[in-house]
Write a protein that binds this ligand. Structure first.
Ligand SMILES: [Fe+2]
Length: 383
């Protein structure tokens, strides 16, 4: 038996943030990251809607890019004191991920972080509050998924936490919010969406339920990402990319991912390369590696798009949105070939053990992972 789980409500399109004005409740805890939601006025707008609906509001801000256990515990204490019946996360993937786990500890203050690390170990939620997620980037899709990544900064370990309990109750996908992203972030996060959709479509856990969502997301990224990068004010392109992110999120939250993500997680960690940028560079190389193992699936994508080669079409898309063809050509990355050779074995080993490797259509060896790293670093096209 398989199940397909998504939030019960997705409100989307321009002005969907206004939905907050219809909430019924007493207290809303808003959780956000740095200053951008405040700076662009979305936090104030959210607060205004909630106040008009008769809710009192409190804000937890300053959630950092890789949210830590410490931040999550700070949020827990604030929630225990304020007693919200709605938790509303607004911001990038980090703010949403952190708010999910603050919610877990608010509902179950007796738990320690170690108690929720195992898959499906999070107990039943929604005894105290319900959860709304409002993404500010079109990429991670935390508004949809059963995942959260929290970092233990003392042990320097990132923990991917998984439970259907942390799928938000309501996702608000308002395209005006990501319209403030600069072009390079639009490009990187957009290619994260592409990687989610392609990997979900060829995953060994793909299903009739996830496939149409993944396929549509791939089409939308090809059509609208170049437009959103070229003109951030193109609200139609922003809306399509925001929806594509959510569609791809519904697909990969259920079908899981593959080795683009395994490889991106480890090279991103070692060389501090943005997640979406690493995915974008790896995409064509991994597609060529996986092609024969999922030839039928890849040809469905190619037929749908009317192209001969998905790998080549992604190379062209990367070029159009100013993403380099290989890691050594990232202009700010200053590492020597010697240093890369020093770390490639460790990265390949770790990438092989990443949970995303399990659902890749072709089970790689450590040698395969090493070759994929070398090819994508130096820019050698796989055969
Ligand atoms: Fe991703």
């Amino acid at each position: 038996m398989k199940s397909f789980l998504v939030p019960p409500q997705i409100s989307f399109g321009p002005n969907s943030l206004d939905y907050l004005g219809t909430l019924q409740g007493e207290r809303a805890m808003l959780v956000t990251g740095g200053s951008s939601m405040k700076k662009f006025g979305f936090l104030d707008r959210a607060e205004k809607h909630l106040t008009q609906a008769g809710l009192s509001c409190k804000i937890i801000d300053g959630v950092e890019p890789n949210p830590s256990v410490k931040t999550v515990l700070r949020g827990k204490e604030e929630m225990l004191a304020f007693k919200p019946d709605w938790i509303i996360a607004i911001g990038g993937g980090s703010a949403l991920d952190a708010a999910k786990i603050m919610w877990v500890f608010y509902e179950h203050p007796e738990l320690n972080f170690e108690d929720i690390i195992d898959v499906f170990s999070i107990p039943k939620l929604r005894n105290k509050a319900r959860f709304i997620a409002i993404p500010s980037t079109s990429g991670t899709a935390s508004e949809i998924t059963a995942f959260s990544v929290i970092t233990d900064s003392e042990k320097k370990i990132k923990y991917p936490l998984v439970s259907p309990e942390i799928i938000p109750d309501i996702a608000i996908v308002d395209p005006e919010i990501p319209a403030t992203m600069p072009p390079h972030i639009t490009a990187n996060t957009g290619m994260d969406v592409m990687a989610h959709a392609v990997e979900a479509f060829v995953s060994i856990n793909a299903s009739d339920y996830s496939d149409p969502l993944a396929l549509r997301a791939i089409e939308m990224v090809f059509e609208y990402l170049p437009l959103a990068v070229a003109d951030g004010k193109n609200l139609k392109a922003r809306e399509k990319m925001h929806n594509a992110s959510t569609l791809a999120g519904m697909a990969f939250s259920n079908a899981s991912l593959g080795i683009i993500h395994s490889l991106a997680h480890k090279i991103g960690g070692e060389l501090h390369i943005d997640h979406g940028l690493a995915n974008a560079i790896l995409l064509p190389y991994v597609i060529q590696f996986n092609y024969q193992a999922a030839a039928e699936k890849f040809s469905v994508i190619e037929k749908t798009l009317g192209i001969n080669s998905l790998a080549n079409a992604i190379r062209e898309l990367n070029q159009k949105i100013n993403i380099p063809a290989n890691f050594k050509d990232i202009d700010w990355l200053e590492i020597t070939a010697d240093y890369f050779e020093e770390i490639v074995d460790r990265m390949a080993q770790n990438a092989l053990q990443d949970p995303c490797t399990l659902t890749n259509p072709l089970q790689p060896t450590v040698g395969d992972m090493k070759e994929l790293y070398r090819n994508s670093f130096y820019g050698v096209a796989a055969q």
